[in-house]
Design a protein around this ligand. Sequence first.
Ligand code: TYD
Ligand code: MG
Length: 444
Amino acid sequence: MKNDKAFYCNACGARYHKWLGKCEDCSQWNTIVEDISPSYTSKSTKIDFQTLSASNKEIERRLSDISEFDRVLGGGIVPGSVVLVGGDPGIGKSTLLLQVSAALSQDYSCVYISGEESAEQICIRAARLEMQDSSVKLACETDVDAIINSVGSNMDFLIIDSIQTLQCSSADSIPGTVAQVRTCAFKLINFAKSTNTAVFLIGHVTKEGAIAGPKILEHMVDTVLYFEGERGNSYRILRSVKNRYGPCDELGIFEMRNKGLVGVSNPSALFLTQRAENVPGSVVFSGIEGTRPILVEVQALVTRSYFSVPRRTVVGWDINRLLTVLAVIESKCKISFSSMDVCLNIAGGLRISEPACDLAVAVSLLSAASKKSIDRATCVFGEIGLTGEIRSVPRSSERIKEAEKLGFKTIILPESTNIQSSGIKLETVKSLTNAVELLEIDYS
Ligand code: TYD
Ligand code: MG
């Protein structure tokens, strides 16, 4: 008998006639699933076309009044949109969305469905957050069809905690598997679009930090947010990595307190509060995260190494960029780190990915290596090229303004930046050696 079953790999798309534990093409485990093709009948009806200008009305946005949350979504929640929120276990996803649902329920109708916790657990959390009087409708359910049928078309917001616990009888596997997650998400997205209900899906993340389940989940939804934070640190960062209705890479900063998450409206002040007095290795970087400038402290420690291969440790920055900056310093400043361990830390738990942080990192490393502290009222930004030149970076005026607002007196920046001085002294530098001369760092 002919076997007409087909299987494909979720990671690379390779096709097989039988199920395998490991894909022969991309060597990934557990990625091969059966391809169940829906029976397809061609419709004879014709589709209508329209012009691009047909719908140029303003997007309606609903505010939750948790301003950090609204900001990350681009200024409010768009009805009918589907938002996926991912994050490590225990980081506070359920807490955040319970707070959001309570805030939204003051003006809108809102349903919170949990497949992970019992109603009692959620009520205890609500009591802790002092929101037991809100009109959020709560249910513990995992059957996606039951959820869609019960919510109906008159609800403004639907929150699902989490997409990995949902199941659908038409997909033939246990909850959390690729087929289940995809089918349930597909049904909920269709539901959101047809009823104009905004849907929030909480998603688990894998060991590597990506949202568990098929990558296609992130393609299907309108917005993907990650809720991040360092263990042992009370600050939490909500970051948008995809947003069809607003800018991506936007940040919302929260602090986890005893009574839930509280938005941080002035993050620069917060990240600088615990700065020590004039210590070598510490310098302030004027960065841009999303749409706003944020000042953070870059800390470096350079010590003698007891290992045959000296160690480089980084928290909050990219290790490869650190290695590049170290190589440029070695070649331009004639200082050797080959017998030194180097640690770099972005204080406060923020993760920086901007190249504009290069100069601040270089200055903190040089300051640590030479044991010369940098003036407390000085801050730095600029990208370093491989030949040691300092390159200009975008949105300099906002960086300067923020530094001025926080009381900094001097800012070291790339020479090509075309900005007039205001209340802060602008020290432009052309190359790394220029910066070393300016700061009077003596590492010999
Ligand atoms: P939770 O929302 O359950 O995390 P997730 O859904 O992402 O797994 O958050 C759990 C953590 O948050 C837990 O370690 C306790 C802490 N927490 C507070 O510090 N304050 C609070 O008011 C609440 C509700 C939780
Ligand atoms: Mg949870």
